[in-house]
Design a binder for this molecule. Sequence first.
Ligand SMILES: [Zn+2]
Length: 293
Amino acid sequence: MIDQKELLNQLNRFTKREHTLDEVYLFDIILCDNEIDRDGDCFSDHALKQLAERFVGVTGIFDHNPRCGNQTARIFRTELCADPERKTAGGLPYHFLRANAYMVRTEGNADLIREIDAGIKKEVSISCAVGKQICSVCGGNKLQKPCTHIKGRMYAGVKCHTVLDDITDVYEWSFVAVPAQRNAGVTKTCGGCADLEKEEMRRVLDCTGALLDRLTEELRRECVRLCYKSGENACSKALAATTEHMSAERLLALRESLMQGLSAANSKPQLIPQNAESKHPQMHAFQFGRQEP
Ligand SMILES: [Zn+2]
């Protein structure tokens, strides 16, 4: 464990003038880890290393609590840590990113410092941009080519998740009221990628829903048409009302049985006029095709 004096030395590399231990408040936070979070995402170890480098010097914000005014804290040191006792849900050794932050003590942030000391403020959220979102099933980068694997679903006994890799930018870190990540109390915003993904999923669902509605309506009409075609006018009117609340699946079954009924009726022997053959357009076409040059 690094001692306070050494921490202060490291801190003073980031400040315009030297600070004493009385002037600053030092605290540590866990920025993120490699555990699979509630969104089904996790950082790769490579991404954690990149985050460790990039978060040094980055300023944190405190909710948007007016009491806190413009108070900020800054990370001056990061450390990638391992917990040998623990494995992630994906079976990997558990790694997390710890950061040392400081605030210059002022009258205005005394309450905030008390809250952090008391452990009230301990959930941290980070936002960063990633260059790769790797599917755990096929290994493809979803940002380049979306695949069909769905996060949270099981494939060959393994739950699908997304591995966030190749950090391209980090924006900020902040204390949040509600923790979103399972373990470290950390959430990540990935430069809005998660929101975009959800938005895209909503769009796809909307489109699929609308398409299903259209197909169901089409099926409904066809069932009524088939019933009408079979010569049961009264039946088709009753059917039109009944099909209103039928699912696409039930409509398909109904159409099947109506078509079977129709083809059975058509296969019955019928009276054919003598000249029917020559009047039949399809027969003409067939004969034309067979003519010798
Ligand atoms: Zn995939």
